[in-house]
Write a protein that binds this ligand. Structure first.
Ligand code: URA
Ligand code: SF4
Length: 197
């Protein structure tokens, strides 16, 4: 039987709700384990993602995989997606209207997977999901909004030209999975920031 996630995938693949559908090669639905405890949310597909129709398969994706492997986690264990599912031309930041038009898809992914925690990767996801800015100030922190937990970290692409930041990303991802272990063991987690809805 077709799962809810399969149906959503098809909707994303066929979507023409915003103008990014005119310039994309492929839409990029989320990918990974539908039983994952965590959903990773990036910004939008880049060139490689647009060509392949899969999230985080380019250089930024390699950095994310590296940080996951360092924490003993394989990509296949988790679910990875983006705030916007089609590539903006020349990798520009998605516009407000594009983010708004696309947001039902990520809301649905979250409803279907019901992750214990959502990992925000970088400023665009931080802004569109939590209304936040200044990722460097908030990275490594645990947030909560409408009873959903969030973990905030930098975008893996930020580590490409700044070697120091790969260590930051690795540390954060390790902390995230320690947190997930604690959540599974029923431990109380202390929340750093409450976000209003
Ligand atoms: N950057 C993103 O934000 N998402 C991807 O899927 C790839 C690169
Ligand atoms: Fe549809 Fe989102 Fe792609 Fe726009 S970016 S066409 S809303 S899937």
């Amino acid at each position: 039987m077709e799962s809810k996630l399969d149906i959503l995938r098809k909707k994303v693949i066929e979507c023409t709700k915003c103008e990014l559908s005119e310039t994309r090669t492929n839409s990029v639905p989320g990918k990974g384990n539908f039983r994952s405890d965590v959903i990773f949310v990036g910004e939008a597909p880049g060139r490689n993602e647009d060509l392949k129709g899969e999230p985080f398969v380019g250089v930024a994706g390699k950095k994310l995989s590296l940080a996951l492997e360092n924490a003993g986690i394989s990509r296949e264990d988790v679910y990875i997606t983006n705030t916007v599912k089609c590539r903006p031309p020349n990798n520009r930041v998605p516009s407000k209207i594009e983010k708004e038009t696309c947001q039902d898809y990520i809301k649905n992914e979250i409803e279907i997977i019901k992750p214990k925690i959502i990992c925000i990767l970088g400023n665009t996801a931080f802004g569109s999901i939590l209304g936040g800015t200044e990722i460097t100030k908030y990275r490594g922190k645990i947030g909560r909004k409408d009873d959903q937990l969030y973990f905030i970290t930098i975008h893996p692409a930020a580590t490409i030209y700044n070697q120091g930041l790969i260590e930051v990303l690795k540390q954060d991802i390790k902390k995230l999975f320690e947190l997930i272990r604690e959540l599974k063991n029923g431990k109380d987690i202390s929340i750093d920031i409450e976000f209003s809805s």
